[in-house]
Write a protein that binds this ligand. Sequence first.
Ligand SMILES: NC(=O)c1ccc[n+]([C@@H]2O[C@H](COP(=O)([O-])OP(=O)(O)OC[C@H]3O[C@@H](n4cnc5c(N)ncnc54)[C@H](O)[C@@H]3O)[C@@H](O)[C@H]2O)c1
Length: 407
Amino acid sequence: MLSKKIKIATIGQGYVGLPLSLLLCKNNYNIHAYDIDENLIKKLGNGLYGNLNENDLDVIELYKSTKNNKNITFSSNLDEADIYIVCVPTPIKENHKPDIDFVFSAIYEILNFLKDDDLIIIESTISINSIKKIQKIIKAKKKKINYSLAYCPERVLPGNALNEIIRNDRIIGGINKKSALYAKDLYKIFVKGQIYLTTIEIAEFTKLVENSFRDVNIAFANEVSILCEKYNVSYRKVIDLANKHPRVNILNPSIGVGGHCIPIDPWFLIENYKKKISLIRNARLVNKDKTKIVTKKIISKYNSSNVCKKNILILGLSYKANIADLRESPAIEIVRDLQRHLPANFYINDPHLTNFKIQNTKFCSLSKGLKLSKFVVILVGHDAYLDIHRKITKSHVIIDESGIFPE
Ligand SMILES: NC(=O)c1ccc[n+]([C@@H]2O[C@H](COP(=O)([O-])OP(=O)(O)OC[C@H]3O[C@@H](n4cnc5c(N)ncnc54)[C@H](O)[C@@H]3O)[C@@H](O)[C@H]2O)c1
């Protein structure tokens, strides 16, 4: 059991870092919760839960129950600790190159405090060999420090973060056995799933392979739907019946892939082999292309439709059903593209989103939207639309790209 005297600094209080800070605090550890975003730290210090929304009710509850706890300090300055956990962003650049600079700058900040026997954990998604680069940075600056370093990639599902942080199995890669065991002691505090220890290289690969697997499988479903539509065959019936095969499990096609991980992590995996690796790269391109295909289809149906086309109602804007998360949402891309091509007023309904605006569109209730618009496009199959077929009239044209409308 890790001593309660240990001081833990979490670096980055976003979707991944904040629940982690709160969980460790709840378990009576002394947490220095650091973020460079001063506004975010002000909010967290003042009892406002940062960037969390209705998806994160369990994290919000945990925040409310820990915010007056003296064991946690929210700060926009890093402080000395025994364990540093890095949860900073790792986006991709325009050319699909992974951008690990936030992680490296966090390491430089840690170096101001790093002492013998400290542990650094990286939770951010990183490209292959990033940990080796981190070791080089540390070696160059603090040659004689005897530190531990582990990579413990996060697997949480937005909308179910706390539950998954606790219940998912965890992979821990250590630069040596001591590092892996030390990190395991930390995760044992709150992880109820299995904890698997391995090398850094295996851990780096495993994280990226997981999300690339998801992307490739979604691309397969999307390609099936594209082919079926070309032959005017119901992809839903085909997938449903194909899945009766005991070893087939085709996913649901979509308007593209959004979110913080799946559209990004495959580029990390193939970073240095983009020209040689075709399946993973092409899956990414199939999923990107699906969004464009959907847009073209909507434009063509709009042009050939006879209903009043003054107004268009878009249903669903988040990156997948039943969440309030807009990150990399293909629905946003579709709306912006449609605006460029169609001379209509755009009304948007998404029951999970408040305070979000797209230029030259109006958010409205479902009933108002259906009254105002005869041309209706369902982009995201939120549960709130399950009975949409009962709410529309014969004068509506429905373009369903979500698979929620009964065939
Ligand atoms: N969000 C998810 O569902 C999810 C799931 C698995 C893995 N990940 C990975 O976890 C990492 C973090 O993702 P996230 O969604 O929490 O990101 P986020 O953008 O929600 O939060 C990151 C936070 O780090 C802060 N930050 C940036 N640089 C910093 C620095 N040098 N020092 C201190 N704070 C700094 C930012 O201000 C921000 O508040 C990424 O690598 C991501 O790919 C995310």
